[in-house]
Design a protein around this ligand. Structure first.
Ligand SMILES: Nc1ncnc2c1ncn2[C@@H]1O[C@H](COP(=O)(O)OP(=O)(O)OP(=O)(O)O)[C@@H](O)[C@H]1O
Ligand code: NI
Length: 349
């Protein structure tokens, strides 16, 4: 079932996306594999011109979600749902989960959707200067071969991400963490992608560099791209996000316009993340998230910290926000646009 809402505004629409890993299968005949449920029923829109921050504790499934979008999961992964990349010309969207690898490699990755990977500097070859590696990416993705043109293009990219052309003539180990992060951003921009997925781009950076990075992401969105910022740094998300999605133990617990969610969080988990910020006294959330291979049957958060919860962990739309398990006493208000049936994604399949 497709819905109008799912394709009219989103550059990239995730519909009921689930990923699980089968671990230990085949090692011994007859033993059942362990199932790691890394992503569970995620519905999200990445909208051109907007930054969506996906926040949540380590291990909740954020990077797996990005890998699923790009078709970069290992062979033991099983994916369900849909990932629709809108056609800027108004044609039918491209459903990425059913796209052959040839199409993903040849016309999607780097060209339409770029990833700024977690620990970006480790993705650069240490023995070659950055410029040569960037020029090679430009050659591959754009077909430019002329040496002078390649040099100009690389210099332009450097300046766009806040590096100097001279920085490109360094070896990766000669770049600071912040510079390496910006270099990774330059690689992501080569193909002028419509969608940029940035995985923990502020990890390990001090505050001024965090602001630098969030400003660079803002620029990408202002140029009309849809940007996903994956982070466990809620403060960085606050800096730049237009939309916010909060993930806990493989599921979204709530999502919506960032300002609204931050000013009035509905889910106890979001409240817990906010209380853990330094300015709010660093109050930690008690307990530990469940193991993704042993998720509880009901709401995975309220089995850790008791609260007002319907027990149904699947988020549902309420106005322009989504909320799981109706936690924290957030009474659903009448939907402002569309009925729940028209906005609840693809449903079971
Ligand atoms: N190939 C795999 N086989 C089995 N489990 C996996 C595999 N890849 C990832 N996982 C599991 O999926 C879960 C989610 O991992 P993921 O890297 O998405 O977390 P994350 O939210 O990005 O965390 P972080 O903030 O630390 O990067 C983890 O429990 C991880 O162990
Ligand atoms: Ni709950």
């Amino acid at each position: 079932m497709t819905t109008k809402q799912s394709t009219t505004t989103a550059g990239l629409a995730l519909r009921d996306l689930s990923v699980r890993f089968l671990v230990g299968h085949g090692r011994r005949r007859g033993t059942a594999p362990t199932v790691v449920q890394a992503v569970n029923g995620v519905t999200l829109d990445l909208v051109p011109g907007r930054v969506l921050a996906l926040v949540g504790e380590s291990g909740c499934g954020k990077s797996v979600l990005a890998a699923a979008i790009l078709g970069l999961l290992p062979a033991n992964a099983q994916v369900r749902g849909a990932v629709e990349l809108a056609d800027p010309a108004g044609g039918a969207p491209l459903e990425l989960l059913r796209c052959p690898e040839r199409v993903l490699a040849g016309s999607v990755r780097g060209r339409r959707i770029a990833l700024v990977p977690q620990s970006a500097s480790t993705h650069l070859t240490p023995v070659r200067r950055v410029r040569g590696q960037l020029a090679e990416t430009v050659r591959t993705l754009t077909g430019v071969r002329d040496k002078a043109a390649l040099r100009t293009r690389c210099d332009e990219l450097a300046v766009r991400v806040g590096l100097t052309p001279a920085d490109l003539d360094r070896y990766p180990h000669e770049l600071s963490g912040g510079m390496a992060q910006r270099a990774a951003m330059a690689f992501a921009l080569v193909g002028e992608p419509e969608v940029v997925l940035a995985d923990e781009p502020t990890a390990g950076l001090d505050r001024p560099l965090v602001r630098n990075t969030t400003a660079a992401l803002r620029d990408l969105a202002d140029q009309g791209r849809a940007v996903l910022l994956i982070t466990h740094d809620l403060a960085a998300a606050e800096d730049v996000a237009d939309d916010l999605a909060v993930m806990y133990a493989s599921r979204l617990v709530e999502s919506g316009p960032a300002a609204a969610v931050l000013a009035d969080p509905w889910h106890d988990y979001t409240r817990g993340l906010l209380a853990a910020l330094p300015r709010n006294g660093l109050t930690p959330i008690p307990g530990q998230p469940p193991e993704l291979s042993r998720l509880p049957a009901g709401c995975p958060f309220h089995t850790r910290v008791p609260g007002d919860c319907s027990g149904d962990p699947a988020p549902r739309p309420v106005g322009d926000r989504w909320i799981a398990c109706r936690s924290g006493g957030a009474e659903p208000v009448p939907a402002l646009s569309g009925s729940p049936a028209a906005t609840s994604g693809t449903g079971d399949q």
